[in-house]
Design a protein around this ligand. Structure first.
Ligand code: URA
Length: 228
């Protein structure tokens, strides 16, 4: 792999910026300053340093974001700010959110440039669990819980798949394995209620880090990535 691609993949800068960094002597390969940005290196074996710090190769990037309300999940939406804008300081290209949350929904959003993982996690056939904390306008009865769990007609061709629901101290927890448009809100409407606050807490084996405030993000740990 070319040294400039290696450094660009690791978000050190654009190819042009990297050329300048190499010229300025800020990059070292096995202790030697390369002169050519096209120099070939072995990312597994060669030791690359930038400003003295070892760079470990990262082909793909994975972030956990606590999405705040008021930000859209799509990658581009007119004048509204998007979840990708929140990560702009990372300088990573081709980032996409794994699944969408409504503008007013908060909580866990995985953001990556790994298209294969993204596809796997949003594929309907994989039935990845999504857990939401739901605050409703009216109280939720045992009968509502039963109906939410059994599957409901929410106006689509088919009723929703069986879900899990329970009441906890913080509100209703609803765990679904599909990702239909406005699904949680429409499920609550189908039991004559409405959602006043919605937050995603978990996606598959990935749980929202409670230390992340709204709008904050961090890289996934190796352990979290393995679990995905
Ligand atoms: N269901 C909804 O209704 N909205 C979301 O943002 C996510 C799930």
């Amino acid at each position: 792999m070319r040294i400039d691609k290696f450094l660009a993949d690791n978000s050190i800068g654009t190819r042009k910026e990297i050329k300048a960094l190499i010229k300025a002597g800020r990059v070292q390969v096995n202790g030697i300053n390369p002169s050519d940005p096209g120099m070939h290196i072995d990312p597994e074996k060669d030791e690359v340093r930038y400003d003295g710090n070892v760079i470990f190769y990262e082909r793909y990037h994975y972030y956990m974001l606590n999405k705040p309300a008021g930000v859209v999940s799509s990658t581009r939406e007119g004048a509204s700010s998007t979840v990708i804008d929140l990560l702009s300081a990372e300088g990573v290209k081709n980032l996409s959110p794994v699944g969408r949350l409504d503008k007013d929904t908060e909580g866990l959003l995985l953001i990556t440039d790994d298209g294969a993982l993204l596809h796997d996690l949003i594929s309907p056939s994989k039935h990845v669990e999504k857990e939401y904390l739901v605050i409703t306008e009216k109280p939720v009865s045992d009968d509502d819980i039963k109906r939410l769990e059994e599957g409901l007609d929410i106006g689509d061709d088919k009723p929703t798949l069986p879900a899990k629901a329970y009441l906890a101290e913080d509100g209703l927890h609803l765990i679904i394995t599909e990702g239909r448009f406005h699904q949680v809100k429409r499920m609550l409407e189908a039991v004559d209620n409405s959602v006043t606050y919605l937050k995603r807490l978990r996606m598959g084996a990935l749980t929202l880090d409670s230390k992340l405030q709204g709008g904050e993000y961090r890289k996934l740990t190796k352990e979290e990535l393995c679990r995905l």
